[in-house]
Design a protein around this ligand. Sequence first.
Ligand SMILES: Cc1ncc(COP(=O)(O)O)c(C=O)c1O
Length: 392
Amino acid sequence: MYFIGEEEQQAVLEVVKSGGLCRYGPAESKVTAFENGITEKFNVEYALATNGGTSSLIVALYAAGIGLGDEVIVSAYTWIATPASVVIANSVPVIAEIDNSLTIDPNDIEAKITPRTKAIIPVHMIGVPSNMEAIKTIAEKHNLMVIEDCAQAIGAGFKGARLGTHGDIGCFSLQQSKIITTGEGGIVITNNEELHDRARMIHDGGNLWGISKHTSAFFPGMNFRMDEVRGAIASVQLTRLDGFIENMRIRKHKLREAIADVDGIELRKIHDESGDASTTMVFFLPTPDLARKFGEVMGKYGVPAGAMYTHGNGDKHVYPGWDYILQKKTYHPNGLPYTYPAYGDIQYSDRMCPKTLDYLGRAICIGIGHEMSDETIDKVANAIRSAAKDTL
Ligand SMILES: Cc1ncc(COP(=O)(O)O)c(C=O)c1O
C-alpha cells in the first residue's frame, strides 16, 4: 500500500547531491529532523530513528535492561520479529493468547506472569490498538515494563494519545509493507530520558553523541543507525501519515456501512474505534470450516480471501509458524537463554494458545488501501454479501 511521490524523490536527490549520507555528516541532519517531527506529531519527549522495526525492538529491550533470566510476555499473533528480538536480548518469550480484538488478552497476561516476568509487549496488529488501559493496570500492579510494538499501526491511537506513548517505550517499523515507509527503517519513542539515552547508546556502538546524566551506564552497543537518505524520505512520509489514515478511515466506514445488513458475521472488536488506523477490516465466521467456504465464495466474486490461520500454513505472524522459537533454536550450541537453569523446563507447543488459533481460524481480513476506489469497495461488499447468502 506504500506511496512514494515527487516530494520523496526530491528529498533523496537533495541528500545524494549534498554527499552527506550519514547522519553525522551534515550540519542539519535529515534523520534528526525526522526525529523532531516524530516527537512533535506524537507528543512525546524522545524519538530515535533506527534502521528497522526488529532493530527498534532489540534496542527497546536492551534499553529496558531485559536479559538472561527474564521473561517477556508477547502476543501469540505477531510477526516473528517480536519473539525473536526477545531471544536476541537473551531472555525468553512467554506466549499469551489474543482475544476477539486480535490483540493480546489481558486475562492471559495475568495468567502468565511469573517472578521472572519483566516486560509485556502488546502488538497493535493490523492497524488496531491493544487494550492499553487494561495492560497498563496489570503492568503497574506487577511492576512490569510495557514495550509497545506499533510496527503495523503507526499513527493509530488509544483514548486520544498515539500508540507508542502509552507504555514505557514504543517501537515502529518503516519497512515497505507499513503505513509509511523508507523501505527499511524504524523508530523508538519514549518519555523517559534514561531509556532514550540507553537506546541511543545501544543503537550506536555504545557511543553517546552528546552529554547525558546517564553516561555512567556506558556499555557496548550495536549499529542500528538510520542514514540520511532514509531520514529524508521519512520526513516526507510523516507529512502524509494522517492523510493516509483519514483516507483509510473513510473507506473502511463505507465498507462497513455497505455490509451492515449482513447477518452471521461478527466484526473484530476494536478497543477504541477512533484510534483505528483502518488498514484492515476483520470479521469472524462461526467456524473455521465456514470461514474457508466463505473465502472460497468471495474468491468466485473476484475478491480473493481466506481464513487468517489454517493449521500448518507456516505463517510467521501466528505462533505455530515461529519455528525457531517453538524449537528453542539459537545461534550458539550452548542453547542460551533457554538452557539457563532459572527458567526450568520451558515448554512450547503449536497448540498452546487454542483461543488464538480459534479466532484467527475463523477470521477473514480485508485490506483497506488509502486509494481504494468506490468500485472496489462495492466489489468487496458484494463478495461478502454473496458469500453470506451462499454459505450461512
Ligand atoms: C508486528 C511487527 N513487529 C515487528 C516487525 C519488524 O519490523 P522490520 O521488518 O522493520 O524489522 C514487523 C514487520 O515486519 C511487524 O509486523
